[in-house]
Design a protein around this ligand. Structure first.
Ligand code: NAD
Length: 330
């Protein structure tokens, strides 16, 4: 099997090389993202391996099909960037890594909450410059605060377990209730009630046509004054311009995001010497109560091990004509 790996960073290659010793596949690594312009690089390959910001739309898929690609192997859980109908039409299978480390993402959501709240990032810089003042560093106790969780699947459940340890009241909304979450004492309620009651709102549902712009002008208006919103799921769950408005009129007290609606042109790259044309991210960066990380919630050693092993296992199952347990269908 020849595999074209798109959006490759040095760490992706390092992990594939580490585990490929047991599989012996032939990899072609491309730093560029997969899109209709770069799909031609898949010539002579059987599989393309892609990540969160590769554009696997109908145009891309048609070119992949012409090149003889039979499998799209996502090395991530979310698959909102793949046109599943187009893949099915071209008889290309799609596989993903449904669960690699819910702890990695849930723990990062907690890191965003604690950093925004206790302002450790500001304290670190202050103290390094000999400024030992506490002015404006005041936070709040998480204990007894109401945490609203949208989406209580693998990551949401792990997040609930962690926040339980802080003595929080946890309320949740999901289209399907998870009994492990109910067993933790989490109370399910309507989406509207979660928006109304949460001091901290954390998003853990997938991006799809039902969840796009879940956080928007209308829903923000129903939230508590000074609400903290955390998004480690997918950028477009939040309508960015409405969040900016909510920050400007002080309805939103804190915003912590690991994902951003237009992240594909920014995240994972060093743009420090480039003029950034995206005015919305620059506006977001100008707020003292906004914390942005560039899609790193998944990025732990344990998660990278699991992503790599599952991806190689997915490819092997396809290669050996076995059932694809991690197949994504429409
Ligand atoms: P999961 O499938 O285990 O759980 C998703 C949950 O969302 C399910 O319980 C599902 O019923 C619920 N859901 C679906 N539609 C909903 C809706 N309309 N409203 C409310 N809930 C809804 O997935 P997971 O492993 O917990 O991952 C959740 C998301 O986290 C993924 O879809 C992905 O986008 C994101 N993610 C981000 C990173 C990162 O590095 N930032 C890493 C992994 C996953």
């Amino acid at each position: 099997m020849r595999i074209a790996v798109f959006s490759t960073k040095s760490y992706d290659q390092e992990y594939f090389e580490k585990y490929n010793k047991e599989y012996n596949y032939s990899f072609s690594y491309y730093e560029t993202a997969l899109n209709p312009d770069t799909a031609k690089l898949s010539t002579d390959c059987d599989v393309v391996c892609v990540f969160v910001n590769d554009i696997v739309d109908e145009n891309t898929i048609k070119i992949l099909s012409k090149n003889g690609i039979k499998l799209i192997a996502l090395r991530c859980a979310g698959y909102n960037n793949v046109d599943l109908d187009a893949a099915a039409k071209e008889n290309i299978k799609v596989v993903r890594v449904p669960a690699y480390s819910p702890e990695a993402v849930a723990e990062h959501a907690l890191a965003l909450i604690l950093t925004l709240n206790r302002k450790t990032h500001k304290a670190y810089n202050r103290v390094r410059e000999g400024n030992f003042s506490l002015k404006n560093l005041i936070g709040f106790n998480l204990s007894n605060k109401t945490i609203g969780v949208i989406g209580t699947g693998k990551i949401g459940e792990t997040f609930c377990k962690i926040l339980n340890g802080f003595g929080c009241k946890i309320i949740a909304y999901d289209i399907a209730e998870n009994e492990n979450v109910t067993a933790l004492g989490v109370e399910y309620m309507s989406l509207e009630k979660v928006f109304e009651q949460a001091d901290v709102l954390s998003l853990h549902c997938p991006l799809n046509k039902h969840t796009k712009h879940l956080v928007n002008k209308a829903s923000i208006e129903t939230m508590k004054d000074g609400v903290m919103i955390i998004n480690t799921s997918r950028g477009a769950l939040i309508k960015t311009e409405d969040a900016i408005e909510g920050l400007k009129n002080k309805k939103i007290g804190y915003l912590g995001i690991d994902v951003y609606e237009q992240e594909e042109n920014l995240f994972f790259e060093d743009l420090s010497e480039i003029i950034i044309e995206d005015d919305m991210i620059l506006r977001l960066l100008s707020f003292p109560n906004v914390l942005i990380t560039s899609h790193q919630a998944y990025f732990t050693k344990e998660a990278m091990d699991q992503i790599t092993i599952t991806t190689l296992e997915n490819i092997t199952a396809f290669d050996q004509n076995k059932a694809l347990k991690n197949e994504v269908k429409q």
